[in-house]
Design a protein around this ligand. Structure first.
Ligand SMILES: NC(=O)c1ccc[n+]([C@@H]2O[C@H](COP(=O)([O-])OP(=O)(O)OC[C@H]3O[C@@H](n4cnc5c(N)ncnc54)[C@H](O)[C@@H]3O)[C@@H](O)[C@H]2O)c1
Ligand SMILES: [Fe+2]
Length: 391
């Protein structure tokens, strides 16, 4: 069977930004958000282009969990400027907006929600894409995925297409050194969830496996250090690399149940993506391990990378889930809805919507164990109080 493994050109390390001096073109359009713009990070990128006499512009209209209307506004701005390079400077929200706006800039008739992995888009006739992540989690700089929010329903939908893999990813630690503690923890949990889900997804392959194993090891080592000392440049650089490796993994194998549950939490309760998928991760590990020796063996392989092991794979898998909960407590990422401060009445009011959205989420199809809406409802209820999954 023929299979593919897509990754961008990756430039990493201190001063990786200088790679931009070497690209050819004349008009750079920088997509970012207001926070990143106010930190001067977009301006820093803009200067590289103006110093080499390019035309450059900054557009900072992205909001967290971007909507289709935001993507359309970005595409309009790119068209007015007629960019030959689109430069995303930001977290997953900015990078996904830039990727999706790029599609609409090149192919205005595409309906984003109808985009499939098999569509031949013919991108790169007008522009190419550089991603410079400012968070250490989504790995969107390395993936062919976009996650966008429907304006009317608020539902986040994820879609993939190989042509959406950015041309260049620049991993420069200076761009993440100012990331606050909670976002460092949450986005790091997103990376861990990608690495773990990429390793058990039904589309897993030998290339994604290699990336996942290294990413899990690095995240357990470097994420606590990033959280403890926000100015630790080495830890920041290692987390940028780990998040990108995790992106390379799940981008080429796909995410699974924790992402279905997490996307739906974000859609309904507006919780942060990384916090949501990270919270779901241990519960989904337990669910996938039960009565499933093959999947338990996969989790056991990951568990051994972080020093967790037991005689039976199922026990190791369950202990791995607990080790992840302990890890989350250490870095300050909530392990239950209750810990996240979600009120019971808000949880109850949103529950049926979350269940419906989770059932519609494409990540569900890649999970190694089939499930249904009753089990998903039950899983969310267990997640409210922090109860270990036993079904
Ligand atoms: N396409 C993919 O492969 C993929 C993978 C995972 C997640 N996602 C999507 O990415 C989005 C989440 O992205 P995210 O977790 O990076 O967060 P984000 O981009 O939504 O940013 C969260 C907040 O952090 C701020 N921020 C970003 N960088 C900062 C910095 N260096 N210093 C201070 N503040 C900073 C932003 O301004 C924003 O307010 C979600 O929509 C999620 O669904 C996409
Ligand atoms: Fe994610």
């Amino acid at each position: 069977m023929v299979w593919w493994f897509y990754v961008p050109n990756i430039i990493f390390g201190e001063d990786a930004l200088s790679e931009l001096e070497r690209i050819n073109g004349s008009k750079a359009f920088i997509v970012t958000d207001k926070v990143i713009n106010s930190l001067g990070l977009a301006e820093k990128v803009c200067r590289v282009f103006t110093e080499k006499q390019w035309e450059a512009a900054i557009w900072d209209g992205v909001e967290p969990d971007p909507k289709v209307s935001t993507v359309k506004a970005a595409a309009e701005a790119i068209k007015r400027f007629s960019a030959d390079w689109i430069i995303a400077v930001g977290g997953g929200s900015v990078m996904d907006t830039a990727k999706a706006a790029w599609v609409l800039y090149e192919k205005p008739d595409v309906e984003l929600h109808a985009l499939t992995p098999f569509d031949e888009l013919g991108l790169r006739t007008k522009a190419k894409l550089v991603c410079i992540p400012t968070t250490t989690g989504t790995g969107s700089e390395a993936t062919k995925a976009i996650v966008i929010r429907d304006d009317e329903t608020g539902r986040k939908f994820a879609t993939i297409n190989p042509e959406l893999t950015p041309d260049i990813a620049i991993l420069d630690p200076e761009f993440v050194v100012g990331l606050p503690k909670n976002l460092t923890a949450y986005t790091g949990m997103d990376a861990l969830t990608h690495a773990v889900e990429g390793f058990v997804s039904v589309w897993k392959n030998d290339f994604s496996d290699g990336c996942s194993l290294q990413a899990v090891k690095m995240i357990f080592e470097w994420l606590p250090k990033s959280v403890e000392d926000l100015s630790d440049l080495e830890a920041r650089e290692k987390m940028l690399i780990a998040a990108c490796l995790a992106g390379m993994s799940f981008g080429n194998s796909q995410a699974a149940l924790a992402h279905s549950l997490g996307h739906s939490m974000g859609s309904v309760l507006r919780t942060h993506h990384g916090m949501s998928v990270g919270m779901a991760l241990p519960y989904t590990i337990e669910f996938n391990c039960i009565d499933n020796e093959d999947t338990a063996k996969l989790y056991a392989q990951l568990a051994r990378m972080v020093g967790v092991s037991s005689k039976k794979p199922i026990d190791t898998g369950m202990q791995f889930a607990q080790a992840i909960r302990e890890f989350m407590r250490k870095i300050g990422s909530p392990t239950s809805f209750k810990e996240a401060g979600i009120k019971k009445k808000d949880f109850n009011a949103g529950l049926e919507n979350m269940v419906d959205f989770a059932m519609m989420d494409t990540s569900l199809t890649m999970n190694p164990r089939n499930t249904d809406s009753d089990e998903i409802r039950k899983m969310y209820k267990y997640m409210y109080d922090g109860t270990v999954i036993d079904f």
